[in-house]
Design a protein around this ligand. Structure first.
Ligand code: SF4
Length: 141
């Protein structure tokens, strides 16, 4: 009966060995792949204001698309606008000097040589290059 006794003695050890072997296999088995990480959300565009426009970047309506400014209109009269600077009232407007004209005013938006051009003081209208108003400001070259 040595065999039976021996079997009973060995059985717990064999069971433990089997469990250990199984658990080793389990531990050696590769772990299931971790789920792929969620893609990072797209960065939210910073709410940055658009760059400040310079005077050169501001779109200017071509003078041809504008209505010529009427000297008798309320806004023209308010600034003593005349289509020809030679008719400027030099007595009333002491700042006027011969040679001043829209074409050499800092606010004139026409190109050199243009006969008419936009002026921001009279939105929607064009002024004449040889015109003048009391808001004249010498263009710095
Ligand atoms: Fe002419 Fe200058 Fe007067 Fe405009 S602001 S109407 S360009 S003089």
């Amino acid at each position: 009966m040595t065999t039976r006794r021996r079997f009973i003695e060995i059985m717990p050890l064999a069971g433990a060995a089997m469990l250990a072997a199984c658990s080793d296999k389990k531990a050696a088995a590769p772990e299931p792949a971790a789920p792929a990480p969620e893609p990072a959300p797209a960065p939210v565009a910073a709410a940055t204001p658009p760059p400040a426009s310079t005077a050169a970047e501001v779109a200017v309506t071509p003078a041809a698309a504008l209505t010529p400014l009427d000297e008798k209109s309320e806004k023209a009269v308010a600034l003593a606008y005349v289509t020809d600077a030679q008719r400027a009232d030099a007595t009333k407007y002491k700042t006027y000097a011969a040679g001043q004209a829209c074409s050499n005013c800092a606010l004139f938006q026409g190109k050199a040589g243009d006969v008419i051009g936009p002026c921001p003081l009279f939105a929607g209208n064009s002024v004449t290059a040889k015109g003048w108003c009391s808001a004249y400001s010498k263009k710095m070259s």
